[in-house]
Design a protein around this ligand. Sequence first.
Ligand SMILES: Cc1cc2nc3c(=O)[nH]c(=O)nc-3n(C[C@H](O)[C@H](O)[C@H](O)COP(=O)(O)OP(=O)(O)OC[C@H]3O[C@@H](n4cnc5c(N)ncnc54)[C@H](O)[C@@H]3O)c2cc1C
Length: 416
Amino acid sequence: MSSPDVGTTWSGTHRFAAPRLVEARTVEEVQELVRAGGPVRALGTRHSFTDLADTEGTLVTVTGIDPDIRVDAEAGTVSVGAGARYGAVAPVVHAAGFALHNMGSLPHISIGGATATGTHGSGDRNGGLATAVREIEYVDARGELVTARRGEPDFDALPVGLGAFGVVVRLTLDVQPTYAIRQDVYGGLPWGTVLGGLDAVTGGGYSVSLFTPDWAGDGPALAFVKRRLDVDAAPEEWLGARRLPQATIFDAPDSNVTEQGRLAPWFEALPHFRVDSTPSAGAEIQSEWFVARVDAPAAIEAVQRVAGRFAGVLLMSEIRTVAADGLWLSEAYERDSVALHFTWADDAEAVSRAVDVVEEALAPFAARPHWGKVHHLDATGIAAVVPRAADARAVFERLDPAAVFAGPHLQRLGLR
Ligand SMILES: Cc1cc2nc3c(=O)[nH]c(=O)nc-3n(C[C@H](O)[C@H](O)[C@H](O)COP(=O)(O)OP(=O)(O)OC[C@H]3O[C@@H](n4cnc5c(N)ncnc54)[C@H](O)[C@@H]3O)c2cc1C
């Protein structure tokens, strides 16, 4: 165990107030720490943008525990230490002949932290990453190692659990036979096609992401279409858009973005960024809201109407789709969703004003915020848009009656 400086989130947008960070090397060290008394909060790879993980007590990270990746072909699972990054696990799963159902834009993120916040990729039929979680092994408030399994009562409160009930040390995820993805980027897709024919656009691939720097102009600047194929071919023209030979986002060098224009193993084409590159220096702030798919065209138009009010602070927006699931705190809980993402410049005051503008525009759609990104909803706001918030809180309080894993952020949201 060691106690280095606690430091900041990856983006530098939050400096942790916690006086201590323990980098556990074994599960037993996590147990000892919890038994010594709380408050304790788990920290992943620090890719959230707020004080979500913070505590006045001790932060503990399991990223230093041996991930001990175990693929079980018969069960159709991979079991892995929760601190492992997707980018480290995916090639091992692929080499064993299997695949995860999806990945987020960045493979550098820990599986424990990603699933805890409802992190997602895109795809009309792809649930968030936490929907793959079949078993959770965690250190509970007594310091005991507990396994929760899909199908057990209240399990659905736990995969998107925000660190609110324990320190997750191991996860068992569903896998499927490995597959190939061909990623092609198209320019010139008209907004009219997006608004009037969303099904054709987002159904145009296994995973489709639309990028716009301003919500204005003739259409989104780029459409990243990730098709699950056996044959290495893609149309040059797609819904009035044309295929670009090579495209990038955020002015990242070509070497930072994942394979385009050829079939590649799923983990080399589903994320936008390569695992062996750094996507940016982190000088950015992110927000994202989820609306019901049926409301998406109206919600996009609502954002377009106010886009001039945050033009100076928006670097890039991304529109993705997420399939409905049954996880209580999932942003796509029982709602096929469209996620509207905003990468802002690193200017906290201007971003705060922009977040107010977007939240006001999206209020008629009961938009749910991404738990790991910047939003302004308080307990009342969360209760209004997250139908199972009170149920999840009841489970967290039952599992952790002494509030060992509560933190100021969760208390503000009314979840502890
Ligand atoms: C460049 C960038 C790209 C991103 N791309 C996407 C994207 O494509 N899709 C998307 O949905 N999000 C995206 N995100 C957001 C990111 O996936 C989430 O913020 C995610 O939570 C980060 O995981 P982490 O390991 O960094 O968690 P942290 O930020 O370290 O922690 C987040 C939460 O998870 C809890 N937690 C972490 N580890 C554990 C554990 N072992 N046990 C219990 N609780 C734990 C913490 O207590 C905290 O509440 C992106 C963020 C960045 C910076």
